[in-house]
Design a protein around this ligand. Structure first.
Ligand code: F6R
Length: 244
């Protein structure tokens, strides 16, 4: 695992964007899995800008969803689907057949998970995963105490995820379950980038990088991946040098 501490959020976002662009320059049909949420928003805007300026074509890439809130419609602004459409697929002209997102309304969630696993396997695995850091250390919706060895699955959301998740929605929204790629996907993906910014992430980042590697702290798994890159700003890194 490599760690890059950037001066601020802008620098962090520019670095993450250039990493994404590099992957697609090297492999125009790369399989990408991009988190939604507040952290990557600027990175994705920068990717769009650079892609235009440097004529980097993302239209041959395949995008797979990282996660989704169960029961939330794709047209709800708080859904991961909506976020990716708005900040990634539309600006990069990605056609519908190039992205595969979880259907949070499926009546057969097992089948939904199996289909996603098959899509990823058929395309030879994920080339790049970009993930954020939950306030409880989650990755995607892999909540604390789950196993490192799962593929796609349905989870009961942690109390903290239900509460923090309200920030994405216009009105109070009951959030109970999620569907997510598993940490096994992360371990098998060719490259993983975790991005985190702000002082609010400092303590959980310290735990993830300095304490025991355990499914109780899902983000700690990044240290078991041979090609993982953690990009953070100074505020998020502020507790890394402190004694436990
Ligand atoms: C979203 C996701 C989540 C977020 C995490 C951090 O698709 O997978 O794990 O990455 O909760 O969210 P932000 O970036 O909003 O702090």
């Amino acid at each position: 695992m490599q760690l890059r501490i950037c001066e601020n959020y802008d620098v962090l976002s520019a670095l993450a964007a250039s990493e994404i662009i590099q992957i697609v320059k090297q492999k125009s049909n790369a399989v990408l899995c991009l988190a939604s949420g507040d952290t990557p928003r600027l990175s994705y805007s920068l990717v769009t800008k650079i892609a235009k300026e440097e004529s980097v074509d993302f239209t041959r890439c395949t995008f797979v969803g990282l996660d989704e809130w169960m029961g939330i419609s794709p047209d709800n602004e708080g859904s991961c689907h909506y976020f990716l459409q708005k900040f990634v697929f539309k600006p990069l002209n990605i056609s519908d057949d190039r992205f595969h997102l979880f259907n949070a309304h499926s009546t057969d969630m097992e089948d939904e998970c199996r289909m996603m696993d098959e899509i990823i396997a058929k395309r030879g695995g994920i080339d790049l995963m970009v993930v954020g850091l939950g306030m409880n250390g989650h990755i995607g919706f892999n909540e604390p105490a789950e196993s490192f060895s799962e593929y796609s699955h349905v989870v009961e959301l942690d109390e903290s995820t239900k509460t923090v998740g309200q920030k994405y929605f216009q009105q109070d929204t009951p959030l109970t379950m999620g569907i997510t790629l598993g940490l096994r996907h992360l371990l098998e993906s060719k490259k993983v980038i975790l991005i985190a910014n702000g002082a609010k992430k400092a303590n959980i980042l310290r735990k993830a990088l300095k304490e025991k590697i355990t499914p109780h702290l899902p983000a700690s798994i990044l240290r078991n991946h041979s090609n993982s890159l953690v990009i953070v700003d100074r505020a998020a890194a502020s507790m890394l040098t402190q004694i436990k």
